[in-house]
Design a protein around this ligand. Structure first.
Ligand code: SF4
Length: 266
């Protein structure tokens, strides 16, 4: 089954992020408890009721952390916009990811595995919001390395210059761009990608890149929703990379708002 979450079966990737979220939640609750318990005896010297008041505040904070984690897990598991999905995306992107990266580093989990998991989790949240945009407000952003390195045509700036020889994935992507009438841009780096986004002002971005660039792109673009699709790197990083065009098409069909969807390519 082709999915838009970066691999045939997204569950193991999301599961890692969810597990690390659970560990982080336990650590946060433990810290909150210790922050209450250690000065507890001292607080009683200030006022006899102070330990109870501070304890109550700590219970509320711990409850919020546990409820938030539960809600996040439920939203991604059900794929539905339950409550505050946009706010949860903010929490995951801005606060949870750095903490989870730290926890992952401490327990020795590979950075890219955590990033893959984060991208799958981000995609789940974006998709669960069931956002739709017209084709002209959707931008497909590709890395430069997706073009065959010895192709003499420069597709940066205008992908339609491709003469569709079929030696790289650009051909399939041009086809999709035409069939769905969406804008497809090739960017040579993060700075150019940001420039393209500012110029085109999309409502939703579908970005193809490696784990590191997708993670930083999703963070930099917030609150703009970004669906990240990992590229494949059979020749190593940043050289003649490949993307499964069916994943791009699957993502487009989820987010595109139009009266009629084009037929899937044979
Ligand atoms: S498909 Fe397009 S971009 Fe790729 S090698 Fe052929 S002409 Fe160049």
């Amino acid at each position: 089954m082709t999915t838009v979450e970066g691999q045939p079966s997204p569950q193991p990737r999301k599961r890692l992020f969810v597990s690390l979220m659970g560990i982080t939640c336990l650590i946060v609750v433990a810290i909150i408890f210790l922050a209450w318990w250690i000065p507890n005896r001292g607080l009683a010297n200030i006022h006899p009721n102070l330990p109870h008041i501070v304890g109550l505040i700590m219970v509320v904070l711990s409850g919020t952390a546990i409820l938030g984690t539960g809600l996040l897990v439920l939203t991604t598991a059900l794929g539905k916009d339950l409550v505050m999905t946009r706010f949860m995306r903010l929490m995951v992107i801005k606060f949870l990811l750095p903490v989870i990266e730290l926890v992952g580093r401490v327990i020795g989990i590979d950075k890219d595995r955590i990033r893959q998991s984060f991208i799958a989790m981000n995609n789940s949240l974006v998709i669960s919001q069931r956002m739709k945009a017209p084709p002209d407000r959707i931008l497909v952003l590709l890395p430069h390395c997706i073009q065959l390195s010895d192709c003499e045509i420069k597709v940066t700036g205008d992908i339609h210059k491709c003469v569709q020889c079929g030696r790289c994935t650009i051909k399939g992507l041009v086809d999709i761009g035409i069939r769905y009438a969406v804008d497809i841009s090739v960017a040579t780096g993060g700075t150019l990608a940001r420039k393209v986004i500012v110029e085109k002002r999309p409502k939703l971005v579908l970005a193809v890149a490696c784990e590191r660039d997708l993670t930083s792109g999703i963070k930099d673009c917030y609150p703009l929703p970004v669906i990240g699709i990992l590229n494949e790197r059979p020749h190593g990083p940043c050289f003649n990379t490949v993307v499964d065009v069916q994943k791009i098409e699957a993502a487009l069909r989820l987010v595109i708002h139009r009266d009629e969807q084009p037929e899937t390519a044979p």
